[in-house]
Structures are given as structure tokens and as C-alpha cells.
Design a binder for this molecule. Sequence first.
Ligand SMILES: [Zn+2]
Length: 473
Amino acid sequence: MKTRAARAWLLCLALTLGACASVPLAAPREDTESLRYNIAYTHDPTPRLDVEVFLPRKFPREFLFRQPGRVESLTAVDEAGTRFELFPRNGQVEVPEGARVLRYHYPLAASAQQGGRHLFGGMGEGDAWHVAGKAYLLTPSRVPPGLRVDLTVSGTEPLLPWKPDASGVYHLRGEDLIDAGFHAFGGRRCEAHVGASVLEVALLGRFTHLSDAEICAWLEQAGREVITVRKRFPYPRVTVRVVPVPGEDTPGVFGMVQWSSPPSISILVGQDATAASFARDWVAIHEMLHLTHPTLLPRVAWLTEGLATYYTELARARSGRQTAQQAWQELTKGFARGQAAAGSRTMKAVVAQEHDFQGLYWSGAFFALHLDVELRRVTHGRARLEDVLELLATRGPTASLEGFGAAVDTVAGQPLFDALLARHLPVPAFSELGPLLETLGVRIDPGGVKLHAAPDSGLREAMDGGRTPDDAG
Ligand SMILES: [Zn+2]
């Protein structure tokens, strides 16, 4: 269990670390010609994607596989029909002057030298495949402002982060190529509905015990738990890919969000997992809770992971999936793991070490808890950390750390964020843990956590007890 949990943490971390690389440029559309991708799936002789890229005239010549690895050569054809063979270097390709078409094959089932079974590079079985757009799509190194992209898929049923038009064409903005999210080709489909929102799910392989309906019910439950934190599900449509892991019975083995627009989620599920084991799963809800906050640019992994980690426990208590006592037990156990990883290092030092996932996630979660408590204290319970997420959602899909702090101060009605952060960063991580738990009435006994009356136990009960009916939205 330990190694599995650690692997899940690690993968989840890898996901956020890989995300949000560039700021999309907003500019008026200038070029009437679009960049066009025709993607054809074939399994003859082995599963692969045959990709054709049609370039507008006078298009920039620098192209890039943003996650390089599996494409060894490409063919370019110019207007006169002359063919050139090109070899990517570190994923970079310079196309010849006048090139109008690029063609290459992307192997979905790769040899060990090509990276083998890999969530980004490609994994699957039969005719059901998972791959990250950034691995197989050759994209302009610098996306020209206003670029339009048309994309088609043939030979299989795809599940991409975006919705195609009635004739099956995906009309994208150039910036959609910067993080193209997770893609599925083939497999089965199910849908989960959360309020007016839909989760479109691709099931990419066989499960020993789980039916497709049980998997979709599990994702629907996680989606419903998101709306114990946000007033409504944050996106009208989100795609989720579920990939079995042979030899595993853990329900959520790994999970990742990619910051495509809208974000796309992929979850690795133990092939031998049972529906009953979903009750204790935290991976699906953790990934979906990443939808509740804006993409932080530049990336602030400790804050986004801290928010998702903190709310994973509260949301599962608010939905009734775990008791309040269990939620605080999980939080305090996590803080203890974080503290063990942090040792005597300051929070600033801990969160600078991105591979130290226990330290980073749990010091972030502890800060989120303290921030939530302070917001409730200074507003006499009228405001809470969720209100910051609601406010940020009105300000667009991305935010800076400064913007996040400003939203906290707006909700608090007074300066709060910078001062709290300045209290935490320069001192050993978790320094304030003992006093904070004491004032909330959370006591760690040898037999487990005990909740008791204390100066701020009313705040604690408001945190783990769900929304009051008048603001259930
Ligand atoms: Zn996460």
C-alpha cells in the first residue's frame, strides 16, 4: 500500500509539474489560413498514428515535439512536390523553405528503447490507446498569434479534450497546441453527469471485476464531491481517460491532470480493483479538485497541490464518504508524513524541492488549512477559502501567486495572504501545526484523532460539515 500510495503521489506530482508551460497569447486573428492536422489510426502492422500536417504559406519553420521521443524521422513535401527527409533533434524540427506538408508515423506501442509503456508516450492494448498530445503532435515552436488549427481523426473513435463540430472536425486555437492534454484512441465510452456538466470517459482496456457503469459511477461521485467545494462543477465538459494497470488491485493507482483547455484527466486503475474499493479511493477526487483552482502561472506546485490535498479530505467528509473524524485523521497523518519529510527545514526550503512530494503536498495542505481558518476567523465565519476559488473563477482560467493572494485579501476584506505566507515560509515547516490543531479541537491520541470542543471547534465543524442549505447554489 505504501509504495502504491507513494507512486500515486509521485505521478500526480509529475502531472502538475509537467503542466502549464506557457502563457497563451491573445491576439486578433490575422491569417485566414489554418494549420491542419489529419490523424489516422491504424494497427497494421502495429498500432500507430499516421499524422499529416498541412502548413499555411509563409509559416514559421521551427517545429517541436513538446515531449520528444518516438518519432525518428519525418517527410516534408514542398509546393513543387520535392520530398525531404527530416530527423528531429531533441524533438526539434526545422522544415525546409516552402514545405507545405509534413508526414510521420507515431508508434503507440513502443519498444523499451523508445520508452515502452508510458502514459505520455503511449500505452494501451488491442485498439485502445492513451497518449499525450504533446508526445505525438508536431507543433510550431512558437505559436503565431491568431493561429487557427483544424484537426481530424480517422480510423478510430478518439476522445480529445475538445469537442468536434458536427462533421467531426476539431477547430482549435493555436495556443491549444501548447498543452494539448491527454488523448484517447479507441476503447469504450461512458458518461457521468454532475449537475449540468458532463464527464466524457474513455475506458482503455479490460477490467477483471469492474463494469464500465461502476467506473463511471465512481467518477460521478468524485464529480459530485467537487461541488461540495465549488458551487457548481467548474467546466461544462471534461474528458477522463481510464487505463487498467495489470497486476494491481488498487482503484486509483495514478492520476494526472493536463492543463489543456479545458483540462483533461487521466487515471490509471488497478485491473483487479473492485467497486467496493472505490469507497476509500482519493485519486479521482484529488485530480478533479484540481479543476477548482485556476492554473497558476508561473507554476506554484505547493499551493495547487496543497489546495487539492486539503480539499480531498474535506470533500470526502462533506459528501459523507468519510466521517469528520476520519478526515482529520487523514489530514493529521498527512501532516505527520510531511513533517517527517521536512525535518527542520523551513517551508520555503521544503517547497523548493519539487521531488519531495510528501513535504511539498502536505506543507501546501497545511498552509491551505491555516489560510481557511484565518479567512473564517477574520470574517467571523462569513467567508472561507472556497470563496477565493469562486472569485478567481470569475477572473479567468489562470492566475499568478500575487493574483491568488489579492483574491484572498478581497474575500477577507483586509490584507491577509502575504502576512500569513511570511509567517510560514521562513520558519521550519509545520511550526504552527500544534497550536492550530489545539485551537480547532483536534487531538492526536495513540488510538487515533479525537475531536473536542475548543475555541475554534465551531470553525472546524463548518469546514468538514458541508454547505448550509442557503448557499448550496
Ligand atoms: Zn495533484
